[in-house]
Design a protein around this ligand. Structure first.
Ligand code: ATP
Ligand code: MG
Length: 137
């Protein structure tokens, strides 16, 4: 079964939206097979978003990601990578489809409530970045 990596981002954790967001995944056939709450260090956030280093939104993105705890999790299900991104909606909440997490909860393009891996390669890298094999059920 396919696995993907997911983050419930600081804006959502701060606003008590963990349950609301998890419900969207579970209702749509994604199972949580690993989960923990962590506060990212600057180094961890920079490593995670290294692909965006140099972009104008990079520094504020890092500041935002370390501003409060996050939930990091592994979701499993058929077509989990695409399904997760479909449930999240477009990066920019004003362009996200109705009923998606970002359309319903995101505050801005940056504070967009959730992260989901965008390919099998990213999923494998991101899962390994935060979890060891014995932490995944
Ligand atoms: P994520 O990787 O977090 O799942 P994504 O794949 O939809 O989101 P990316 O292009 O990978 O989007 O950007 C990573 C994150 O950087 C976005 O989720 C958002 O928080 C932030 N971001 C991206 N583009 C912008 C922008 N133009 N202005 C502000 N923040 C942005
Ligand atoms: Mg991305």
């Amino acid at each position: 079964m396919e696995r993907t990596f997911s983050i419930i981002k600081p804006d959502a954790v701060k606003r008590n939206l963990i349950g609301e967001i998890l419900q969207r995944f579970e209702r749509n056939g994604l199972r949580v097979v690993a989960s923990k709450m962590i506060r990212l260090s600057r180094e961890q956030a920079e490593g995670f978003y290294a692909e965006h280093k140099g972009r104008d939104f990079y520094e504020p993105l890092i500041e935002y990601m370390i501003s409060a705890p996050v939930i990091v999790q592994v979701l499993e299900g058929e077509g989990a990578i695409a399904k997760n991104r479909e449930i999240m909606g477009a990066t920019d909440p004003s362009k996200a489809a109705e009923g998606t997490i970002r359309a319903d909860f995101a505050l801005s393009v940056r504070e967009n409530s959730a992260h989901g891996s965008d390919s099998p390669e990213s999923a494998a890298r991101e899962i390994a970045y935060f979890f060891s094999t014995i932490e995944i059920c």
